[in-house]
Design a protein around this ligand. Sequence first.
Ligand code: AP5
Length: 231
Amino acid sequence: MGAVLHLETPCLRLPKARALVMLGPPGAGKGTQSRAVAGEFRIPDISTGEMLREAVREKTALGLEVKSVMEAGGLVPDELVSGMVEERTLRPDCARGFILDGFPRNLEQALFLDRMLQKQERDGALVVNIIADTDALLRRLTGREICPVCGSIYNVYLRPPQKPGFCDKDGAPLTRRNDDSQEVIRKRLKEYEAQTRPMLDHYREMALLHDVDGSQEPSAVTANIFRLVEG
Ligand code: AP5
């Protein structure tokens, strides 16, 4: 029950003003873990996917530009995402550190992040790589449901809400992501293999990469991430 002990520890602190980078293929559990860890450390959880989806929903200039790429499961141009991340991490709530969920996605973005952290005089990054096999990823993505109000993430097969189709926390009807169709999931997994997996070597060479077994229960995965941060 290490997970419970960790979750009950009050006021955990991310050592110094570091960035915690959450990596892993689509469906590995980056969003689920980022939310859990951010809540405990009381630092912002910055999801580039969520920021981009919001821009699409709001029909901003950025949203209109990236909509078709996202619907097709491709990666949004580096300069758009990198600029968005830099702007967000300069806000005062990031002073004590932040979590990046979904960034970087390729070597160019990783090099941008290195420079950005130096410029912001941060104490470097801790990079968590969540690992899960392809069958698990498919089941997780095809069964995912999200609360549009509080952002809670459920899964009809693996983490169902108490009342099917409705959020446990606020009772809102749950929604599905447009890119969670079989066809787009395949494209997203391909993009991961082509662009993101090769980027892991960058962090491996810098001895910053920490693999975490994502096949366990979410609370056990969270406990392992806490151990890494505390270590
Ligand atoms: P993004 O939103 O980042 O999507 P993704 O990387 O495809 O990852 P997901 O959000 O699908 O999965 P996740 O790992 O967060 O899993 P989750 O916790 O939800 O990006 C979307 C798009 O935006 C991209 O395709 C691209 O177009 C664009 N984009 C974003 N960032 C970009 C960038 N940097 N550069 C360029 N383009 C970018 O969990 C999934 C399911 O599994 C849930 O149902 C959950 O309940 C369940 N689950 C989670 N953990 C467990 C567990 N341990 N056991 C059982 N079930 C679990």
